[in-house]
Design a protein. Structure first.
Length: 118
């Protein structure tokens, strides 16, 4: 499984994924910093990468229908400091291999993962 880590997340997210055997690139790795959301979404679709982001715009299924993307994970967290983000994301990793991700939207908060899609 391949992932793209948005620029609004700690780079360590990519490291956590790589440590578990996943492929992970950051938006920064490809000099996409500052690009508009639609460009990021297009690159993810072309590369067949699941986008992981804090940007709640990607949770709009009218603009980003899950069936059109390899997967989108939106972290909707009350606290967005680095330590908290990493702690919550560590709890998400086990579900990557047990829950459907392809063509779905995951909304992750501190207490649950909501999965929407085909």
């Amino acid at each position: 499984m391949k992932f793209k880590i948005d620029e609004n997340l700690p780079l360590e997210i990519a490291g956590l994924l790589r440590d578990k055997g996943y492929q992970a690139k950051t938006v920064s790795d490809q000099a996409l910093n500052g690009e508009i959301d639609h460009k990021i979404a297009l690159v993810c679709r072309e590369e067949k990468r699941v986008l992981i982001t804090l940007d709640t715009d990607f949770a709009d299924i009218r603009t980003y229908p899950p069936e059109n993307f390899p997967g989108i994970i939106v972290l909707r967290l009350r606290q967005q400091d680095k330590v908290h983000i990493l702690e919550v994301f560590k709890g998400v990793i086990p579900f990557l291999s047990t829950e459907p991700l392809e063509h779905t939207l995951w909304i992750v908060d501190e207490n649950r993962i909501r999965i929407r899609g085909t």
